[in-house]
Each structure stands twice: as C-alpha cells, then as structure tokens.
Design a binder for this molecule. Structure first.
Ligand SMILES: Cc1cc2nc3c(=O)[nH]c(=O)nc-3n(C[C@H](O)[C@H](O)[C@H](O)COP(=O)(O)O)c2cc1C
Length: 241
C-alpha cells in the first residue's frame, strides 16, 4: 500500500520506533501542494493591451475579496544585490504603475541608482500572479500631494514620523514623535513631507500566470515594442511553465 505523506509531528504507525519528532517546518512545507483546477488562460481571450489585461485581473482579485489585492512585491537592486518588500499600488494607467513611499528609504535610494525594478502581484487565492518589469521614476510633487491629501490623518502624520529604513533605538521614539506631530498639526492640515511621494513604473514587460492542473500552468509574456511614431505595440508569447 502506498503511504501518504504524513506531517512530521504525527506518530508513525508503520514505524513504532520512530521517535515522536517536533513539528518540522521543512517537512511540512515540502508536503504542501495545491492542485490548481482553473480552466486556464487562453491566448484568444487575452487583451491586446497588457494594462487592460491587468485591469481585468485586478478587478477579479477585488471581486474575489482577496486580502490586499493591490499589494505587490517590489524588487530593487543595489549593485548586484537584490532586495524586495511589499508596497501598495495606488494608481495605474497607460503611463505606468504608481506606489508611494519615503524618498530616503532603502528602496528609493536603490531606485535612484538603478531605476529598473520588478513588481509582483501574488494573487494566490485566484491561482494567479502577474509580474511587471520596467524603470521607476518619481512622480510630480503635485501628484504626490493630491494622493497625500486623500490619506487619513493618522497616515499623513505617520509619513512625517518615520525616517523609513533608518536604524532606531526604540519604538518609544516613534510614539513620542507621533504625539508631538499630532499636536503640531492638530488643525488637520498636514503638509506633504519633503521626503515622501510616489514612483511610477513604466512597464516594458508583463507576465500573466494562471495555475493549471498537473503543473501545466499558463504563462503569457507581453513585451513592449516601440513602433516609431505609431506608438506602443505589445508582442505576446506563451512561456513554458
Ligand atoms: C501589505 C503591506 C503594504 C505595504 N505598503 C507599503 C507602501 O505602500 N509603501 C511603503 O513605503 N511601504 C509599504 N509597506 C512596508 C514595506 O514593505 C517596507 O517595510 C518599507 O517600505 C521599507 O522598505 P525599504 O527599507 O526596503 O525601503 C507595506 C508592507 C506591507 C506588508
């Protein structure tokens, strides 16, 4: 009889001398396996424009009630050392994909030196991911201000409090500064911090990934082809899973 993989912490009935081991995350993670059931992504159903394809999938992620559907993992480079972190997508259109952050943070410094970034939207609840590559640049102060003004009071103060990515001695430092600034801006008018604003990523490449049965997933890559004065054009290719 074929034995099913058992969690490492279960007593093994077929091997009574095996000691009861402690839960082992290594073992458990290796045994985790999801068989994707989706009916897939077809070339014929893709939008010609990847921004429109992204819009469709983001809408579906929102409708499916995924947690943080606009969260993405942003990858940046410091020389040949990559780093990544989650940020929230706050706007997108034909010009690019916008997120907000501290301009003195690690990510912002890395972007200043090397503007090419990766963005990954992990929509596991839909057995999907979307990867986007392209250069990032700062948006205008006016655009940053428009978004900043729409944020709740606490978040606007928070942007002033935190010297993002700096080493700090204690949490208390943050809390004291928060109280101080809350009083300073008690009238509710919080100016845009000089070191806070948005970046826009101009996409050069997209990949849409849809999980399928037996690991035969669907992957489609769009690459931007600049077509002289006719504007943008996108090639579409299927990739092996
Ligand atoms: C769900 C989620 C959303 C986040 N959104 C943002 C964001 O929009 N902007 C941001 O600067 N940091 C955001 N963060 C925090 C970043 O992941 C990161 O810790 C911070 O930006 C500092 O990164 P850095 O030191 O690499 O620059 C978010 C974290 C999580 C988990």
């Amino acid at each position: 009889m074929k034995r099913r993989a058992q969690p490492a912490f279960a007593e093994d009935p077929l091997n009574p001398i095996a000691p009861m081991s402690k839960p082992s995350p290594d073992h458990d993670i290796a045994a985790l396996r999801q068989n994707y059931q989706s009916s897939g992504l077809r070339r014929s159903s893709l939008e010609a424009d990847p921004v429109e394809q992204f819009r469709r999938w983001l809408q579906q992620a929102i409708t499916a009630d995924l947690l943080e559907p606009n969260a993405l993992v942003l990858g940046t480079l410091n020389g040949n050392r990559p780093s990544s972190r989650t940020v929230l997508l706050k706007a997108f259109d034909q010009r690019g994909f916008v997120f907000f952050t501290n301009y003195r943070s690690r990510k912002a410094q890395e972007i200043t030196n090397q503007p090419n970034v990766s963005m990954l939207f992990p929509w596991y609840g839909l057995e999907r991911q979307v990867a986007i590559l392209g250069p990032a640049e700062r948006i205008s102060t006016a655009e940053s201000l428009a978004y900043f003004s729409s944020r709740p009071f606490g978040s606007r103060i928070g942007a002033w409090v935190s010297q993002q990515s700096e080493v700090i001695k204690s949490r208390q430092i943050l809390e004291i500064k928060w109280q101080e600034l809350k009083h300073r801006f008690a009238n509710g008018e919080v100016p845009l911090p000089e070191a806070w604003g948005g970046f826009r990523v101009t996409p050069l490449e997209f990949e849409f990934w849809q999980g399928r049965e037996n690991r035969l997933h669907d992957r489609f890559r769009y690459q931007r082809q600049d077509d002289g004065n006719k504007g943008q054009n996108w090639s579409i290719e299927r990739l092996a899973p």
